[in-house]
Design a protein around this ligand. Structure first.
Ligand code: FE2
Length: 378
């Protein structure tokens, strides 16, 4: 699937104009950041590390920064009704505003992407406090979502200037469930728009396409979608992009678009080194996962061959398995994390495999469709 030679060449070219160090953080705009922070702390086991709001001199918003492993989430709410953050949550519900990337030079990242046609969201801006200096800039991607570029080599503070450090309690630390890093962030775009956004990432950020899933590969009796996976930062950053495909009934991607109102982030996949332990703990802490099907596990060994994990354990937890040329992966998906059928999370453990669980799409989409049907949207 991956065209290695061409991919390496393009990666080298990308290194020249748009180097990316890693994910920086994911910022959600939510209706009530204080309560959302509590949810991600108690159920997903994130720990609070920083806060900005009225008490720190920020007048228009409150932001809670949470961390687990290398994953940083920021939950932000408006403090007044006339704020653009308030309008964003009214239109989209709780959702991802910013997929922020760490770069060596945020000014150059802005210039390079904007000169290649990206729509600017924030000009390069320097902010400083006693911990040092950060440069930020941002461009728009699909819908109202943005990519911030964060240059923080000269910064030693808890998050960004303007934030104060928060010390997690022992109880909060004990809830950490082994979530280690972001694996990929998936966007849903409108019918017919997938290739436009694939081309956007190629042109403006030098990303390469690593996988293409056609609607024949990803379809069930009812629902269908198409997906292409874009990769940058020498494989550190992966953005699958989905568009709805025509099926007998409404695509899950179309359901998302109907409720989010625009293209946006569908799911965030988080890596663990021990999915059985992580999912066991997350379930005990109240994370709701999509249930597996008994028949799935009866056929599992025939499909993926021998694996290290006991199948009865996987079946009990609803963890899915897929194999590709390089190894296998284990994955599970949460239910939507807000009332609108929009954003959810994936927990993934990679044992060699570099794919996205293509062999599970049918089982997964049937599970999603059962939920969609309960909502009257199938
Ligand atoms: Fe995924």
């Amino acid at each position: 699937m991956a065209d290695t030679k061409q991919g390496e060449l393009r990666a080298a070219q990308q290194e020249e104009f748009m180097p990316i160090k890693n994910w920086d953080h994911i910022e959600f705009y939510v209706g009530n950041a204080k309560q959302a922070a509590h949810f991600y702390e108690t159920t997903f086991g994130f720990v609070p590390i920083a806060y900005a709001g009225l008490e720190t001199g920020v007048r228009d918003r409150a932001s809670y920064v949470l961390e687990q492993g290398k994953i940083r989430l920021v939950l932000t709410s408006a403090l007044t009704g006339d704020s653009p953050i308030a309008r964003h949550t009214m239109e989209h519900g709780d959702g991802v505003k910013d997929i922020a990337l760490q770069v060596p030079d945020a000014t150059k990242a802005f210039q390079e992407t904007v000169s290649r046609g990206a729509r600017p969201a924030m000009e390069p801006t320097v902010s400083e406090d006693s911990f040092g200096r950060v440069v930020r800039s941002a461009i728009y991607t699909y819908g109202e979502t943005i990519h911030s570029f964060i240059e923080r080599d000269d910064y030693a503070g808890p998050f960004l200037p303007g934030y104060r450090a928060v010390m997690p309690t022992d109880a909060q630390r004990a809830r950490q469930a082994g979530l280690a890093a972001i694996d990929h962030v998936v966007g849903n775009v409108e019918l017919g728009k997938m290739n436009e956004w694939v081309e956007f990432y190629e042109r403006t950020m030098g990303f390469t396409q690593i996988i293409h899933f056609t609607d024949e590969a990803i379809s069930t009796e009812y629902s269908a979608l198409m997906s292409k996976v874009m990769q940058g930062g020498h494989g550190k950053v992966k953005f699958p992009i989905n568009e709805p495909a025509t099926g007998r009934k409404k695509s899950q991607i179309q359901e998302y678009l109907d409720y989010y109102g625009t293209p946006g982030v569908q799911h965030i996949a988080l890596i663990t080194g021990d999915i059985i332990q992580t999912v066991t703990q997350l379930q005990a802490q109240g994370v709701e996962f999509l249930p597996g099907l008994t028949t799935y596990y009866e056929e599992l060994t025939d499909r993926v061959g021998k694996i290290d994990e006991p199948i009865d354990e996987l079946a009990r937890l609803g963890i899915l398995v897929d194999r590709d040329d390089d190894g296998y992966l284990l994955q599970i998906f949460t239910k939507n994390v807000q009332d609108r059928p929009t954003v959810f999370f994936e927990v993934i453990q990679r044992k060699g495999a570099r794919g996205f669980g293509e062999g599970n799409f049918k089982a997964l989409f049937e599970a999603i469709e059962r939920e969609q049907e309960l909502r009257g949207n199938l």
